[in-house]
Structure formats: structure tokens, C-alpha cells
Design a protein around this ligand. Structure first.
Ligand code: CU
Length: 403
């Protein structure tokens, strides 16, 4: 392959050179575009701000989220909440009503409890390769899952740590593997500061009830039975959804068909975009205005740009490989392709129904998932890429090593 990925060090250097866009204060300093919400346990000494500063920065958050007021204003009875948050005074923030069942509204509200905002030290988060292997199916046909929404720093490369909003402390969240017709009993407990929620694309539920937002310390529980096999996204659906997905609250739920597919080495690839501001204490906050501009700094498979360039996915000659590709966006598609190979089979919808034969590239839309299969009968180093190379070059690329 002739195209070489831009190295992260160059990308970050370029970003730092071109990261203007936030207005300078009178003293020449610049405020980060979004609030940095760090781990309650990972704050460095001396970095904890007082409550007043937190609320002041929270009002900056509201101002940096022009969609919040608009979204709230569109919702029944929501104009007051969004307007109050946008007004940005400490009094109005602390007076907000958090008992709002409409998940589209809740992120306009900032928890007024005793929590103090912290900026976490980026040094505390180690780099860890995200394992792409599909976890084995449980023997149980009822899955009981209890996850936490956590606002913690996540290292996405040796040189970049982000102020993540996460499920279970990682970006993406854990891979769920179940079978068509299984029962999934799911609970989310919110350990974060702002409201969060969970939306499984593999479920059919009233979203206002099951996918509702919960505030810090509260939990939401729902049960569903995936009707269709396939590669599905899950994500936080709290408004503004762009911010919550863009800050890391997403992942893959893989639903295998009841009649097993032919044996294969199975891998899950979650594509997503990263829109980042300048580092604060070594942690780069997510930048909502950049998300709106849809020009990502990085695009990654499984949350780390280029991780499978540095540490490829390895299989043996003769293996059949099945990629479950989920595109969590939040915005761009993934033109999935393996350089030097062809997919003998892909499934646009639920496998094993209606396979499409002989595919070179197929676009997986944001919020979608598809299944790609190939026989690895030729040894070599095969790049799997987002063939939309403006995004592939930003990190959604890796090697499939056939040995
Ligand atoms: Cu969220």
C-alpha cells in the first residue's frame, strides 16, 4: 500500500499549530471550549476548583453548546430549562429541575450537588490496546449487565489523553455479545456529573422510558430481546446526543444468529471520530463546536488512532475472518475495505439472510453496523481501512497480518 498514515506526533503538532478558534481573554489566556470533567478519584493536587468556578465553567459549557437551548426549546415544556442553562448564572443553574423524564433535555442541566469539577491529570491514564476479538457467547441465554457511566480520562495514544465520558471507563465501552432472542437485562448507574443514558440499537423499547437520562447516583434498568442478528451500536442518548457520543459514550453490541455462522476468526471494529481542544493538565477536552463543524482531529477503529498499525490483528493462512463493523460516528461514514483482499460475503442486514457476494468496499453509515467476511488464503500484511482516506489518514486504518 502506497499511502502511509500520518504519524500521530505530526498530527498533534499540526493540531497544536492550528488550534485557534477560541477567543483569547483580555489577559491573553484562552478558555477551553468545553468543560473538563475528570475522574472524582484522579484529580491532581491543586487542580480542584471551587463550586463557583465550576458553575462559571458550566455556563461556559452551555455557551459552547449552542444546540442545547435549541434542542430544549424544541421539546415540550423544555424552553425554560434550556434558557436557564444558557443564561448561565449560578443561581439559575442550581435551581434547575432535574426530574425531567425527557432525555432530550437533561444535558442542559448541571447537577447542583456537592460535586466539585476537577481537571484530571493525563498521566494517570495508561495506554491500553483495545482488544478487537469478539468475546465468546455466554452459555446463559439471559445476560445481566450492570454498567457505570463514568467521566474519566482515557489515553487514546501514547501522546493523547482525552477527557472521556464513558461506559465503564473506556472508549468505546465494552463489547456485548449475545444471540438473537436472548434476554438482556441492563442497568446503567450514573457515576458522572452530568446526566447520562443508554440507547441500544439492538432493542425495541419506548426510548422515553428505557433510554431516559439519569442524574449522578441514579440508575436506569430495562430488559430487551434482540430480534435480529447483526452488528449494532449502543450509545448515550442524552442531549445533546452529538456531545455525549462525541465524548466517548458508545460501543458495539453484536447479536449472533440463532443458527451459528460458519466458524471464523471474529473481530469487532468500532469506528468513531475525535474532536479535541487544547490540553488542560495533559488532558484534551472534547470540543462541541468542532463536532458541529464535522472536521475530526482523529478517526479511529476501537478508540485508538492507528493502534492496529502499531500492533496488527493477526490470523493464520487459511483462516476465515469475520469483521463486525459498527460505525458510532458521531457523523461520518466508514467506507470499509481491505487492501489486497475482497469480501466474498457481506451482510447489509441480519446474517445469514441475503448475503452480498464479491464486495470491495461498503459504506457503513454513522449509527449502523455490517458484517464483512473473507478467506485469508494469501499470506501478507493487508491494511483494513476507511477508504474515505481523508478519514483513513486520521487513524481509521490497521493491518490484518496473515501468517
Ligand atoms: Cu452521556
Amino acid at each position: 500500500m502506497s499511502d502511509q498514515p500520518i504519524r500521530l506526533s505530526e498530527m498533534i503538532s499540526n493540531l497544536n499549530d492550528n488550534s485557534g478558534g477560541e477567543a483569547a481573554n483580555a489577559d491573553g489566556t484562552r478558555d477551553p471550549a468545553v468543560i473538563v470533567l475528570g475522574s472524582p478519584v484522579a484529580s491532581a493536587p491543586g487542580t480542584t476548583t471551587n463550586r463557583r468556578a465550576f458553575l462559571a465553567r458550566a455556563s461556559t459549557l452551555s455557551l459552547a453548546l449552542p444546540g442545547v437551548a435549541a434542542i430544549a426549546a424544541c421539546a415540550p415544556g423544555g424552553g425554560g430549562a434550556g434558557g436557564s442553562a444558557a443564561a448561565g448564572t449560578a443561581d439559575s443553574l442550581s435551581a434547575l429541575d432535574l426530574q425531567n423524564a425527557n432525555s432530550r433535555l437533561d444535558t442542559a442541566l448541571v447537577h447542583s450537588g456537592t460535586h466539585e469539577a476537577t481537571t484530571a491529570s493525563g498521566a494517570a491514564a495508561p495506554f491500553r490496546r483495545y482488544s478487537p476479538e469478539l468475546p465468546p457467547l455466554s452459555d446463559e441465554r439471559t445476560l445481566r449487565i450492570h454498567w457505570r457511566a463514568q467521566e474519566v480520562p482515557v489515553r487514546i495514544s501514547e501522546s493523547t489523553t482525552v477527557a472521556g465520558w464513558t461506559f465503564e471507563g473506556d472508549i468505546p465501552g465494552p463489547i456485548v455479545h449475545c444471540q438473537e432472542g436472548d434476554t438482556v437485562e441492563f442497568t446503567l448507574t450514573n457515576e458522572g456529573v452530568v446526566p447520562h443514558s443508554m440507547d441500544f440499537h439492538a432493542a425495541q423499547l419506548d426510548p422515553k422510558v428505557a433510554f431516559r437520562s439519569v442524574v449522578q447516583g441514579d440508575s436506569v434498568t430495562f430488559t430487551f430481546k434482540p430480534r435480529w442478528a447483526g452488528a449494532f451500536m449502543y450509545h448515550c442518548g442524552t442531549a445533546p446526543v452529538l456531545m455525549h457520543i462525541g465524548a466517548g459514550m458508545y460501543g458495539a453490541i453484536i447479536v449472533s444468529p440463532r443458527n451459528p455462522l460458519p466458524p471464523a476468526k471474529e473481530f469487532v471494529l468500532v469506528q468513531s471520530e475525535f474532536y479535541l481542544g487544547d490540553a488542560v493538565n495533559g488532558v484534551r477536552p472534547f470540543d462541541y463546536n468542532k463536532m458541529l463543524s464535522t472536521m475530526p482531529d482523529f478517526v479511529a477503529f476501537n478508540g485508538r488512532p492507528n493502534q492496529y498499525i502499531d500492533d496488527p490483528i493477526r490470523v493464520s493462512v487459511g483462516d476465515r475472518v469475520r469483521f463486525w463493523v459498527v460505525n458510532c460516528g458521531p457523523t461520518h461514514s466508514c467506507a470499509f475495505h481491505v487492501v489486497g483482499e475482497q469480501f466474498d460475503t457481506m451482510y447489509l442486514g441480519a446474517p445469514p439472510g441475503t448475503p452480498i457476494r464479491g464486495v470491495q468496499t461498503f459504506d457503513v453509515p454513522a449509527g449502523g453496523g455490517m458484517v464483512f467476511e473473507l478467506d485469508c488464503d494469501v499470506p501478507g500484511e493487508f491494511p483494513f481501512v476507511n477508504h474515505g482516506f481523508g478519514h483513513g489518514q486520521k487513524g481509521s486504518i490497521g493491518f490484518l497480518l496473515v501468517e
